[in-house]
Design a protein around this ligand. Sequence first.
Ligand SMILES: Cc1cc2nc3c(=O)[nH]c(=O)nc-3n(C[C@H](O)[C@H](O)[C@H](O)COP(=O)(O)O)c2cc1C
Length: 209
Amino acid sequence: MTETSYDLFEIMRTTRSMRRLKPDPVPAELLKQVLEAGTFAANGGNMQSWRFLVIQDPAIKAAAGAWYKKAWHEVVGPRYRSGGPAPGTTAERFARMLAAAEHLADHFHEAPVWIVPCLSGPRGSGASIFPAVQNMLLAARAAGLGATLTTLYLLHEKEAEAAMGIPEGQHSYAILPVGFPLGKFGPVRRAPLSEVVFEDRWGEAWNQG
Ligand SMILES: Cc1cc2nc3c(=O)[nH]c(=O)nc-3n(C[C@H](O)[C@H](O)[C@H](O)COP(=O)(O)O)c2cc1C
């Protein structure tokens, strides 16, 4: 499988969370492509009230990353460990995902670049920012960059946003740590359509599934 790809369906099928990243810098040209892809996204009324904070300063990443790490080790990690594997995956794969998530928590600040998508106004559903986030994840994958959509730092929202210098009246909706991946891109693992698509009536399998 090639590391860069331009076929949209191939990109979507292989845009996994890439939690182990190399420390190598991300070329500005690639970063620009990823950010531009973000701004191509649908957004309410085309108001584009989004802002994208690109963080490369090691001190800021260390300060904000500490809140991510705390949330993982104290709350989210233990919660996942006490539950079962996600649908469409095996216990073994789930254990590997948890190990990767733990790695990310411990190395969060070492990702060469963070993209922090923000919206102005009171915190809402994020419907006007997550299309941009998905575009950026796909663009990063197309460019051979790894990234993960992360939100668990929001357990310590005020502290993490203060560490990132996000002003009053703005809210972050995710942190995307971006860098060249240590591992290979591979297919996402999902439950089949037959389990998640219904036809006409809730619970009735879709014929084409
Ligand atoms: C809203 C949202 C929040 C997420 N937050 C985190 C996070 O804080 N940390 C993390 O490691 N992964 C996070 N993820 C990534 C999911 O765990 C991941 O997409 C899922 O396990 C499927 O794995 P895959 O992306 O590798 O296919 C988040 C995903 C979404 C959609």
